[in-house]
Write a protein that binds this ligand. Structure first.
Ligand code: HEC
Length: 436
């Protein structure tokens, strides 16, 4: 794919105009511009050269040293080096088909062959095993959606620190297939057994709005979906992404592509169900210790009482875990498919960083404090100016919303409200940092 094509694709992936007619004109323009680029502009993913699901959750190749870096943004944006294929995870057939499915539930067996036995069962048959079920009741999360009764085998968990989601209340659930272990041979990159399901449910203004799901159906493929709840919370159906109304206000549900913009930061998708966030104080429900004592981890991680040590500021533990969950687990990490990999700014904590020893040399410090931004538009700006939050680009972007260009705010998607508490913490921490 040529440089022109990848640039045009990036632009066309996010037309910045919402007016229908203009949007159509942009799409048409994109189609003309991109014809001959390998994928078409109307959002249909390019043909994958292997089996349909093959590229979806495979570990992306680690970038080799010779793979020239041409970072284009401090945070988001698709930052493949020129000539490199974008992450194959974008080629998910679900992305293309989700919107074109005929509406209405149908009847039968679930993708893993089991039947949903809930008493308020919509007909789950006829659903394609290649797609997420249309109705949340067919996913196996609830035995009864109407009564909000969880199905057998569903366990709850809460990461020690949560991603800021504009004040939404979130609950998380996991289903691990019986008799299988999580491959934890790399403590920082867990591999889940086929059949694993992860859910996150969002309530906003006291009302259930959406439930998100990742379901591992083959070694190489995760189904993903967001289910939008009816106003009376009696059912939730698969939703392609976009704005919905909640108590007279608008709420945004991410699209399948947006899920991956964050979740491709881990080869096997889970961002909060991981060693660091399940083992620090604050983790609830199923923790690393529980997983370990139930024999669910392939490699024992000796998992009690992990802590993040201080970095000399007295605020290091809090600040580094905030950066970890809000920026590091998804985009700013060493995984070559992660959206901000090419910026060389790494904000994810490693499991080894949580043994209580000093964090003065953690990646989140060595790649930020006194380090200049690589993005062209932020040239001459320093990511973190020790002692000065107001001159620190990292603080500026985290404290910005409604930016004209999504990359001028962090995160670039899925947030419209600044995390005021988080900003207080970052300010205090940066004020205490000293030059390295
Ligand atoms: C802005 C980045 C972002 C977007 C967009 C996003 N997620 Fe997540 N998601 C996260 C992070 C970070 C966590 C872990 C922290 C937490 O749960 O608070 C998470 C957690 C989850 C979990 C719980 C399991 C886990 O990974 O720990 C599920 C399930 C999930 N997301 C599904 C989805 C789906 C489906 C979509 C798209 C409809 C989506 N997410 C969109 C960042 C994102």
């Amino acid at each position: 794919m040529t440089n022109r094509c990848s640039k045009a694709e990036r632009a066309c992936a996010r037309p910045k105009v919402s007016h229908l007619g203009t949007c159509f004109a942009i799409q048409l323009g994109c189609w003309l511009l991109l014809s001959g680029c390998g994928g078409d502009a109307a959002g249909t993913p390019p043909e994958s050269d292997s089996a349909p699901e093959a590229g979806v959750a495979q570990a992306p190749p680690q970038a080799s040293a010779s793979r020239g870096k041409s970072p284009q943004g401090e945070g988001g944006g698709r930052q493949e080096p020129d000539g490199a294929e974008p992450s194959s995870q974008d080629d998910d057939p679900q992305d293309a088909q989700e919107n074109s499915e005929p509406e209405g539930p149908s009847a039968g067996s679930e993708p893993d062959g089991t039947r949903n036995t809930g008493n308020d069962l919509p007909a789950c048959a006829d659903e394609s095993p290649d797609l997420s079920p249309k109705d949340l009741a067919c996913t196996g999360l609830y035995a009864s959606v109407a009564d909000k009764q969880l199905a057998d085998g569903v366990q709850t968990f809460k990461p020690a620190v949560e991603l800021w989601s504009d004040g939404a209340d979130k609950s998380r659930f996991v289903v691990l297939p019986e008799g299988k272990q999580i491959d934890t041979s790399n403590p920082n990159d867990w591999r889940f057994p086929v059949g694993t399901k992860l859910f996150k449910e969002f309530a906003w203004k006291g009302q259930r709005v959406e439930t998100r799901m990742f379901w591992k159906v083959t070694q190489a493929r995760w189904l993903k979906a967001a289910y939008h709840w009816s106003e009376d919370e009696s059912q939730a159906t698969r939703f392609p992404g976009g704005e919905v109304e909640v108590a007279g206000d608008t709420y945004y549900i991410p699209s399948a592509k947006e899920c991956d913009q964050c979740h491709k930061g881990r080869a096997d998708r889970a961002l909060g169900f991981e060693a660091v966030l399940l083992s620090l104080p604050g983790a609830e429900g199923l923790t690393l210790t529980d997983l370990s004592s139930a024999g669910l981890l392939s490699n024992d991680m000796g998992a009690t009482n992990r802590t993040v040590g201080d970095d000399g500021t007295g605020l290091g533990a809090e600040a580094l875990t905030w950066l970890h969950v809000n920026c590091g687990v998804s985009c700013h990490n060493h995984q070559s498919s992660a959206d901000a990999y090419l910026t060389d700014m790494f904000l994810r904590l490693q499991f080894e960083d949580t043994d209580g020893s000093s964090t003065a040399e953690a990646d989140a410090i060595t790649s930020t404090v006194g380090i200049e931004a690589v993005t062209r538009r932020w040239k001459d700006r320093t990511r973190i100016v020790p002692g000065s939050p107001d001159r620190s680009l990292l603080y500026q972007l985290a404290n910005e919303r409604d930016a004209r260009d999504p990359d001028d705010q962090m995160p670039p998607i899925a947030s419209r409200v600044v995390d005021a508490e988080g900003m207080k913490l970052l300010r205090a921490w940066i004020s205490e940092l000293r030059p390295r």
